[in-house]
Design a protein around this ligand. Sequence first.
Ligand code: LLP
Length: 461
Amino acid sequence: MRAHEAGALHGDLGQRGPAWLRTPHDVNALVPQLWPRTVTRSEAGHLEIGGVSVAALAQEHGTPAYLLDEDDLRSRCRDFAGAFAGADVYYAGKSFLCKAVVRVIDEEGLFLDVCSGGELAVALAAGFPAERIGFHGNNKSVSELTRAVEAGVGRIIVDSIQEIDRLSALAAEAGTRPKVLVRVTVGVEAHTHEFIATAHEDQKFGFSLAGGAAFQAAVKILDEDVLELRGLHSHIGSQIFDTSGFEVAARRVLELQAQIRDARGVELPDLDLGGGFGIAYTTQDDPSSAGDLAKRINKIVESECEAASLRKPRLSIEPGRAIVGPSVFTLYEVGTVKDLDGLRTYVSVDGGMSDNIRTALYDASYSATVAGRASAAEPILARVVGKHCESGDIVVKDEFLPADVQPGDLLAVPGTGAYCRSMASNYNHVPRPPVVAVRDGASRVIVRRETEDDLLALDVG
Ligand code: LLP
């Protein structure tokens, strides 16, 4: 969690909001780092994405809708692929996955990280080459592992002794030798929300480095020789801004690499340092560029390899949020506005925690702007809430909106490409919004809106 988020949801902040929002900002201005790259506010005052106005998109596709800027997504893929040339960039599909996005990832030459049979099925249905897929998960089922082996997935990141045994049995039966990485828990306290930190000791992922389990797992795989041990894997958490965590992780994992070499005479060829690179949700967030990240991470790996007299392994990373997060904004329509005198103004939109659970779940901060028009009205500090039967159904905790915000206004919330549609629910039987890709003046639905018939289709009672 960023320091400014602490306490922002709770307590008696009233109209004052968090300290960084004490000075009203221009409600019409678009801060570039928060928005997909083709988004502008037209002279008439409305937002445009990919050359199409939000009013036209709302009319054609309805609200709420996730609007994806395809050029922006492709340019972020290229930023990472270019900056990490010589390394493999695995797009973390858990952040958002559908067939159209899988094809973009393929066309842009990236690799793909999946972490369930469902994600694997989407990747394969879109024709993604199995050898460029990495398969994650702390509890992969036998049927998921079987499918991965049959499909010829490029690497499986093993996470438990039971999984190694299951996979070894499957491989022996299938007569193949799957390539595996050992997921290592490096014992780093990442500076992020505790639910999305993954490298401290007391959690479910990986093999502990400090306790010796990671070394034992690697040795077991090497000794049994049914699986091909390609390397070690570390993922320290998500929405991380400070690269010092990656530095500690790389050092510890490479020390283990040296320990394995010393014990078994094998230098593992691959090293995966995971994803987790933070993005800007508000003006307070200051993420590093892909280029800066690449420079720092490569430097860390090179110096640690030199210190341990190791050849530099082939590096891979697994960004999800940093690729798709900023490419999308959610377009809502305002339904009601309540000014609670002296407290705050509540602006209700036609979605909420079912299309973005991150505010409720992680106390995440977002920004918002009235998207269908510019306004000359004075800024008021507002809270954007959804339509669900829960007072924690908050989309944007605090944001300056124009005092004349009213029912019928379109409202855009940026930074919703990652972990919003992929974590969406049907709470209150609210159908999930569509994902609409926009490019060169045209839009196409890539995930259609759910209907009440879809909801009822599962209800066979
Ligand atoms: N690699 C592994 C092994 C992971 O577990 C994750 C995320 C990633 C890569 C991608 O992390 P990213 O670059 O997207 O931060 N639902 C949470 C995030 C959970 C992340 C889970 N693992 C959220 O909404 O913030």
